[in-house]
Ligand binder design. Structure first.
Ligand code: SAH
Length: 225
């Protein structure tokens, strides 16, 4: 799989994408992640990528030309399954979308900044719009890093013990059961007895019950679905 991220602030993406599971997946060759600085196609000596909005609203708007040229450069090399704009008014990202995107070959994530992007980009170049929640951030970089992380950890081989990703929250439409590690007793705060029983069947039953109970309490809507 290949993920291309287009941004005016590549530095914002450096750290989140160069550690832990994502970094390991890249090093194992499971995914290629390329971050592109939009300024490459900026206009004039100052490599301008944004301008004032028509209509006079406050805030700078990313211009269509640099975005168009950047996307054209990428599209000349390969076909993309999705060209995604990170946007607060897009479809709300969830585990289902992460699963779906993890099966794609090539995707582009476009990060907006400032006031947003020229709407013609959304009309003519973008195939999908994804939001990370109903709140507004300063740029699409953190959302793009978030989406990338959620996708990459699902690629087979990214997590060494694959069942680990499969038993995560939401994968079976339920929250996961509580987890514990040593010591079994800390200050009298005990790990549930059943987990120390060594009986996989009992443990599994307990985990299933816990998953349903926690989902009922914390995300009842998941059960309705
Ligand atoms: N004026 C826009 C917000 C711009 S925020 C509006 O009212 O909708 C600047 C950029 O941050 C956006 O272009 C988008 O790429 C990104 N962004 C902000 N909040 C986001 C969210 N919740 N999900 C995904 N991207 C977001």
């Amino acid at each position: 799989m290949r993920i291309d991220i287009i941004t005016v602030l590549p530095e914002l993406l450096e750290s989140p994408l160069s550690h832990s599971i994502v970094d390991r997946a890249v090093k194992k060759g499971l995914v290629e992640i390329h971050v592109h600085n939009l300024r490459k196609y900026g206009k004039g000596p100052r490599q301008q990528v944004d301008d004032y909005s028509y209509g006079g609203d406050a805030g700078m708007v990313l211009m269509i030309e640099p975005v168009y040229q950047m996307i054209e450069e990428l599209r000349a090399e390969r076909e993309y399954d999705e060209i995604i704009y990170m946007s607060p008014d897009g479809e709300i990202f969830d585990q289902g979308i992460a699963n779906e995107l993890s099966l794609k070959e090539n995707i582009i994530l476009l990060c907006g900044h400032y006031k947003g992007i020229d709407h013609r980009i959304r009309e003519h170049l973008i195939t999908r719009e994804i939001s990370v929640g109903d709140y507004v951030l300063s740029g699409g970089e953190i959302p793009a890093a978030l989406v990338t992380d959620a996708i990459v950890r699902l690629i087979p081989g990214a997590i060494t013990d694959e069942t680990s990703a499969l038993s995560d929250c939401f994968q079976d439409g339920l929250l996961s059961a509580p987890i514990y590690t040593r010591p079994a007793d800390f200050n009298g705060w005990k790990v549930p007895e059943v987990l120390l029983s060594g009986n996989p069947k009992l443990i599994r039953t307990w985990q299933d019950e816990q998953a349903i109970e926690r989902t009922k309490a914390l995300r009842p809507k998941l059960l309705e679905e």
